[in-house]
Write a protein that binds this ligand. Sequence first.
Ligand code: FDA
Length: 392
Amino acid sequence: MPTPAPYDAIILGAGASGLFCAQRAAGRGLRVAVIDHADKPARKVRISGGGMGNFTNLHASSANYLCANPHFVKSALARLSPWDVIDFLTRLGVTYEEREHGQLFTLTGAGHLAGILVDRCRKLGAYLLTGRKIESVDGPGPFRVVAGGESLEAAALVLALGGPSWPQAGATDLGFRLARRFGLALVNPRPGLVPMTLGPADRERFAPLAGNALPVTIECGPVRFTDPLLFTHRGISGPAVLQISSYWREGEPVTIDFLPQGRVADLMEGNRSSSMLLRTLLGRALPKRLVQTLLPEALASAEVRRLDRRQVEEAAGLVHGLTITPSGTEGYAKAEVTVGGVDTANISSKTFACANVPGLHVIGETLDVTGHLGGFNLHWAFASAAACADAL
Ligand code: FDA
């Protein structure tokens, strides 16, 4: 049975942040309605972590987030730690495992995680309206939302509509459009955690490597990540590339070290007098096809004992510092997140309320806050939602 109107808060978006906010606010005794156009709520949660939901990260700190104001995330992260999320979810039956870099994945599946959030909302009396087109939003004083022919009213409105990345899961830019209508500024949105494409020459050069993955260090300006890179038919992907893509701007080069755990010079050192070909020596540490692609034929087929210092430096430079300029990214269709969004300048980092619009709150990915790969985005959705719910 729906909670009788009027509501204390209407939450637009039944994704990770909207559902977490709704259950927490309903748990405080507030009358809450959550509206989503999708028939099935939390579709991105259901596909997260390859279906296993990388729901938080033990190392979550402000260093893992991009935001025009790097301090903005600190308060919410301090109030909802990874251990708070673990405690909340394990009490509700989620079991989990820790993978590398502190990433926590469910063992019970991302669908179970989404189901738990929905069940908890319903159990605590939040009114969940799914499969409803949002027809109009007016306010404040009070806010009035018409969705699927039903009209709702509340003193508070929470924008939890995510960003436009991965539209195949129901994502749209409605959060940004509504924010603009309420007079909020946007930090230019762009796809993040997204594969990168290469121009025709580089694409042809690396085409034979499609499907190959290896650990690299990738750099863009002052930012660097060490993680696996995957060559694709259109360019480069894998965790290292997804991470750097959130920092990359059109036209900028990226530099790749294909042997981050060793040095070409050290490999040579132990084989100075060897008659082995350089390609054979490097092929012990790198995929043979990559060696072939990176090194000119004359250098690759030289005997190691005959290499002079300049040639050793040339080989080291190509292996440790290949610089390429991606032609672009695969766009929102393949982007796990949206970088940019509602400017945090006029949003309280403690309550997520907008300074200029009484009762309006913005949480989750709709804000100009983007986490690194590894559970940081769901953690942000939960942390921002918790702080907002406690302030409603
Ligand atoms: P979220 O997108 O979850 O929710 C927004 C809600 O608003 C949706 O339910 C949507 O239907 C609704 N909505 C949108 N437009 C609407 C409209 N016009 N009308 C009505 N409703 C509308 N993160 C992580 O930490 N660990 C992981 O493992 C992954 N894995 C992952 C995989 C893939 C494939 C993707 C695309 C993304 C991830 N992420 C992730 C990112 C993570 O899913 C994302 O950051 C959070 O879900 C964001 O939570 P929000 O609540 O802000 O938006």
